[in-house]
Structures are given as structure tokens and as C-alpha cells.
Design a protein around this ligand. Structure first.
Ligand code: KIV
Length: 265
């Protein structure tokens, strides 16, 4: 039986770490599920690792829906989370709902939306109409051009406070999970204290309720120099299955991410 949002919240409540990876097709979905991954994210990172673009910006809602359906067909028990790609949530709440509904019809159980308090009304609109939302703060890759590159966020105290206030606003609007990307570990720790939601980190802190990585990064397949937070699990193991099992074990035990995968202030 497929894990539900209640199962994920219960893991957080009992302090069991949540292991999440990105996934874009049915074969990987089957392998990752059998290796013990709890949640699969159909991330708009597929624009880079599957489609060969240099950012997630060209990815469409149709692309995410297609890959979500592939992942749903290849899995039975993992929780499925799908990204709202660039341009699909920066519109009216009503239009965002229509886009999110397309992902839910494809098999998603929750959608992920980048952005802070400016997305709060949209989050509330979706949640009050039955679509669970994971909010994504810190480095939000869809804003790569505004941020001047894929850079660590929240390094100065004003930016850190803004991210904390964003997280509180999103929680108050009904978001069910908070994902934080590429922020200093001290800020990530503060965020984990500031909200009661399950938190998922990538380049954040081992304090988070769970962790996520782009599957192709941890398998050493990216065409770019991997960010600091990527541990190349494949090099330690030699097979995809063993690499994913090790990732799950290291997340569950709290050994990943180590200090070498986190950012200082
Ligand atoms: O698109 C993606 O893969 C993501 C993760 C990096 C969190 O948003």
C-alpha cells in the first residue's frame, strides 16, 4: 500500500528520518522503492539531468505530469511528490490549482512550490481544496537568474530572518512539509526549531526530518561539478542498488549529511 501524508507526518512525529530522492521514470522508481526510499520527488531538476538544459526553467507542467505518471506506474508504496515547474505557480491561485490538479491526476500525492510568503495565499488556496503542499525555501532554482546563479542563500542575518519568517507564513497557510535548499547549517537548525512541520534538507542540516538528493548526482552522472552537499554514494558501493541502500541507511541513522556536506554561515 502506498504511504500517505499521514504516514510521513507520523515518521516525523516519532523521530524517524525520511529518505527522499528525485526520480523521473518507472525503472528507477522500482529500484529506489525496493531499496527503502520513503518519498520520490519528480523534480524540475529533470530539466537539467534528463532534458540537458542548464536550468529548470524550460520544464513544463506537461513534462512533470508525464514523468510523474511514469514514476507512479513503477512504484507501489513510496509517497509521490511532484514539482510545480517555473510559470505554473507564479500565476493566480485558481490557475495554480488547475496546474496542480494535472499533477495529482498523473499520480502525485503532493505538489512542491518554490517561494516564501508571496506564495502563502496560493498555498492556502490549494490546501483548502484538497491538494497538499510542500514549500521550498532557501535556494529556489527557478529564480536562478534573479539570484545570480545557484548560490547559497540566507548567509546574512537579514536574509536569514526573511527565510524564517517565510517558513512561518507558509506553515500558517497550511503547507505540510518544508523543504530547504543550500542554506547555512545554523539557519537550517533554526528553521527546524521555528516550524512544527516535517523538514527536508538538501545542503541544509542533519537536524532536518529527512533529506533529499538528485538521484543522478549521488550516482555521479551529472555533467557538472556536484555541489558540496552531494555525497557520491555510488563511488563507495559500486552498484545503484547498494548506493541507494547506503543513502537510506545514512539518512535514517543521521550520519548523512555530515559537516562536510553542509554550509557554514
Ligand atoms: O527539482 C529538484 O530536484 C528539487 C530538489 C533539488 C529538491 O527541487
Amino acid at each position: 500500500m502506498r504511504k500517505s501524508l499521514l504516514d510521513i507526518s507520523a515518521m516525523h512525529a516519532r523521530g524517524e528520518k525520511i529518505a527522499m530522492l528525485t526520480c523521473y521514470d518507472s525503472s528507477f522508481a522500482r529500484v529506489l522503492e525496493q531499496a527503502g526510499v520513503d518519498m520520490l520527488l519528480i523534480g524540475d531538476s529533470l530539466g537539467m539531468v534528463v532534458q540537458g538544459h542548464d536550468s529548470p526553467i524550460p520544464v513544463s507542467i506537461g513534462d512533470i505530469a508525464y514523468h510523474t505518471a511514469c514514476v507512479a506506474r513503477g512504484s507501489e508504496s513510496v509517497f509521490i511528490l511532484a514539482d510545480m515547474p517555473f510559470g505554473s505557480s507564479q500565476v493566480t491561485p485558481q490557475e495554480t490549482f488547475r496546474n496542480a490538479a494535472e499533477l495529482m491526476r498523473a499520480g502525485a500525492q503532493m505538489v512542491k512550490i518554490e517561494g516564501g510568503r508571496e506564495m502563502a495565499a496560493t498555498v492556502e488556496f490549494l490546501v483548502s481544496r484538497g491538494i497538499p503542499v510542500c514549500s521550498h525555501v532557501g535556494l529556489t532554482p527557478q529564480s536562478v537568474h534573479q539570484m545570480g546563479g545557484f548560490k547559497v542563500q540566507g548567509r546574512d542575518s537579514a536574509a536569514a530572518e526573511r527565510i524564517i519568517e517565510d517558513a512561518k507564513a507558509l506553515e500558517a497557510s497550511g503547507a505540510s512539509i518544508l523543504l530547504m535548499e543550500a542554506i547555512p547549517r545554523s539557519l537550517a537548525d533554526r528553521l527546524c526549531d521555528a516550524v512544527k512541520l516535517p523538514t527536508i534538507g538538501i545542503g541544509a542540516s542533519a537536524r532536518c526530518s529527512g533529506q533529499v538528493l538528485v538521484i543522478y548526482d549521488m550516482l555521479g552522472l551529472g555533467a557538472y561539478i556536484p555541489p558540496r552537499f552531494v555525497r557520491p554514494f555510488i563511488q563507495e558501493t559500486g552498484s545503484i542498488e547498494a548506493a541507494v541502500k547506503l543513502y537510506v541507511a545514512e539518512v535514517k541513522s543521521g550520519r548523512f549529511p555530515g559537516p562536510e556536506h553542509c554550509y557554514g554561515s
